[in-house]
Design a protein around this ligand. Sequence first.
Ligand code: NAD
Length: 350
Amino acid sequence: MTFIYEALPMRVLFGAGSLRRLPQESERLGLRRLLVLSTPGQRALAEHAAGLLGDACAGLFTEARTHVPVEVAEAARAAARDAGADGCLAVGGGSAIGLGKAIALESGLPVISVPTTYAGSEMTTVWGLTENGRKRTGRDRAVLPRSVVYDPELTLGLPVDVSVTSGFNAIAHAVEALYAPDASPIVSLMAEEGVRSLAAGLPAVAADPGDLGARTDALRGAWLCGACLGATTMSLHHKLCHILGGTFDLPHAAVHTVVLPYVAALNLPAAPAAEQALRRALATDDVPKHLARASAELGAPRSLAELGLTERDLDDITTQAQAQPYANPRPVTEEVLHSLLTDALKGTLT
Ligand code: NAD
């Protein structure tokens, strides 16, 4: 066995009620003028966080949007400059956190993040910006949040459909971390346990969205899976979802949920250790089918067609995916990719 493992300097505060520790956390980091960021839908929570910060809040910017359009990033950067911000507090899902990263990328301003979905962006150095229908991504240490406050109470209102797809988005990070070219024993442990925690939490969340124990399991799983995303190089699955989200403006988490079983069916035969870990975590002998069935049983979309994709789009996706090299446990030809996408379009795994 050979591996390289480089731990990211992450500080995590986890637990119900941890949002109340925000003032001490900003003080610990020496931040006195934080710009609070959110999507429009999370404005009330952003205002609540701003209230907790008191004088350490320099203003609010609540126009975050998915995939960080460059215009929104520019407006937020201007708001940070105008407010004389010395840092940002990103409250919400990957959209709000992505905006914090866009500001940090340009200015180096530190980010505190309070994740309220299971997407995992808060654990990574990956930033993304979308311009003219193309999403660019990169890695930069400057965008990694200095502190991450996970408070399961804040996820009690996350709608069940978003919770489920966001949870499968997190599971996708773990799946690809398990067969990543830079996988390592510690990441594999986190991945297996992250999937186990989400597999326990998501059905319980769907049955009772207000169940704090279930929410805690799901958020704990999301943290572990996000940490796997931050520690490894993602493969075909993330590549495809990135294209589907950026070019066709399809909902990020739902795309991950639909595509994952098909990529798992392609890749797991070439990654036996990953398959074993997922079999243990999901308590199944057939990981791809289990992923497809479990998400559908919890109400998630089953096919890319349901999300608005058509057969005509498949050539474009295949061409884009093949245009840039990416890691994958199995070599992927255009024919293989086209056939995988056709299956995902129709939702053939049931
Ligand atoms: P999101 O942040 O857009 O949130 C989805 C919706 O849920 C939004 O309308 C939001 O207002 C709402 N919401 C969030 N938390 C809520 C709560 N607790 N209660 C009620 N409603 C709530 O979606 P997402 O899936 O979290 O993030 C997707 C974005 O993050 C994409 O742009 C994706 O590319 C990016 N992402 C980046 C990374 C990375 O490492 N850079 C990792 C994962 C995702």
